[in-house]
Ligand binder design. Structure first.
Ligand SMILES: NC(=O)C1=CN([C@@H]2O[C@H](COP(=O)(O)OP(=O)(O)OC[C@H]3O[C@@H](n4cnc5c(N)ncnc54)[C@H](OP(=O)(O)O)[C@@H]3O)[C@@H](O)[C@H]2O)C=CC1
Ligand SMILES: CC(=O)N[C@@H](CCC(=O)OP(=O)(O)O)C(=O)O
Length: 352
């Protein structure tokens, strides 16, 4: 029988942590041996999440005092808040350098120390690991991820924008100065900790933009698009808060370069993703809903023509907790560990 990887999930009492547990419980090569929490440390997982009552899981423990060397974990998923992660992973990898880490926070996504300090307001606490980390958008960086020890899982909004745009940028098919990304996220994107702005009465029956002109995901988009274009790229990106639990819908406006039509862009994307298990390009003119990807690791992309000649409207939909976070993280683990890429994450969307 194939051996199982010994796995730790840090931040298992949060939304992305519990989503990792949900999927890892059905992963044939995963054995969950460590679950951590902060406020919920000491509680059994079923007390925090009754949906896990039927399953055997370790009790949630605090991170402080863990002996990483003795634990000898094969893989750690780190689902902690920004900035908390840096010190934890520095200690972990110093004590257990063989452990592979997939970090879901933004701490290791920016490779430039100055850009990190500018967008996050403080110096990075583990700059040597920041240099080592590989950016984990699988469909774009698959080859590098296979060799990585530390993977920086991409942001949920940025995944929804990069999957349709990066192949077009690489193909030099769109005007780089006219990219507009209008994105809407479900509320689980904001995490599980209590916040006044996330109360039902503050969010339901309403809809708003936030972080306008300054959301930190712009830095991640600029970095990755500039890499793909081999020249600096800045884009317009505006996030919105949707009064629903899961899902990100991104409506993206682009102009084709050198006479390329919306149909040409559709053809480029269809070819690029023809063999990808987790990106599906719809027939030209059809566009996805967030409910078509809910609970699945799929990103759906639709391309349609604008009335204005030369412009196209691209719409992507993904589940922020799956392809936008935990599903993508397991896809990364599968690559690092040499498992089939779809193992444990090939769920079909839950509908309605
Ligand atoms: N939600 C999403 O859609 C996405 C989130 N991400 C990123 O993933 C990470 C986790 O997000 P999410 O699951 O939503 O967050 P949650 O707020 O739901 O969960 C955070 C987890 O971290 C624990 N925690 C909080 N503070 C500390 C601390 N100081 N020391 C140790 N553990 C701590 C919490 O424990 P306890 O509750 O017991 O206090 C909880 O288990 C974040 O960095 C986020 O930006 C990335 C992509 C998408
Ligand atoms: C709805 C909502 O609040 N979303 C989060 C994004 C979550 C995410 O993927 O981004 P990070 O991993 O970079 O935190 C936000 O806008 O901050």
């Amino acid at each position: 029988m194939a051996t199982k990887a010994k796995i730790g999930v840090l931040g298992a009492s949060g939304y992305t942590g519990s989503e990792l547990v949900r999927m890892l419980l059905r992963h044939p090569r995963a054995e969950i041996v460590l679950l951590t929490a902060e406020r919920s440390a000491g509680k059994p997982m079923r007390e925090v999440f009754p949906q896990f009552s039927p399953y055997e899981l370790p009790t949630l423990v605090a991170i402080e005092g863990l002996d990483w060397k003795a634990l000898a974990l094969d893989v750690v998923f780190c689902a902690l808040p920004h900035a908390t992660t840096q010190k934890v992973l520095k200690d972990l990898l110093a004590a257990a350098p063989e452990t592979k880490v997939v970090d879901l926070s933004a701490d290791f996504r920016l490779s430039d120390t100055a850009a990190y300090a500018k967008w996050y307001g403080h110096e990075h606490h583990a700059p040597e690991l920041q240099k080592e980390a590989v950016y984990g958008l699988v469909e774009i960086h698959r080859r590098d991820i296979r060799k990585a020890r530390l993977v920086a899982n991409p942001g949920c909004y940025t995944s929804g924008a990069q999957l349709p745009l990066t192949p077009l940028i690489k193909a030099k098919a769109i005007d780089l100065d006219e990219i507009v990304i209008d994105a809407k996220s479900g509320m689980t994107g904001a995490g599980r900790s209590a916040k006044e702005a996330m109360l039902f009465s503050e969010v339901s029956e309403g809809f708003n933009a936030y972080g306008v002109g300054k959301h930190r995901h712009m830095a991640e988009l600029d970095q990755e698009f500039s890499l793909a274009a081999e020249r600096p790229v800045t884009v317009t990106f505006t996030p919105h808060l949707l009064p629903q639990n899961r899902g990100i819908l991104s409506t993206i406006y682009v102009r084709g370069r050198r006479g390329r039509t919306a149909q040409d862009l559709h053809e480029i994307l269809s070819k690029f993703y023809a063999k990808e298990p987790f990106v599906h390009v719809l027939p030209f003119g059809e566009t996805p809903h967030t409910r078509h990807v809910r609970g699945s690791n799929m990103t759906m992309i639709g391309v349609a023509a604008d009335r204005i000649e030369g412009r196209a409207i691209i719409i992507s939909a993904l589940d922020n907790l799956v392809k936008g976070a935990s599903g993508q993280a397991i896809q990364n683990m599968n690559l690092i560990m040499g498992y089939p890429e779809t193992m444990g994450i090939d769920q079909v969307a839950l509908f309605p």
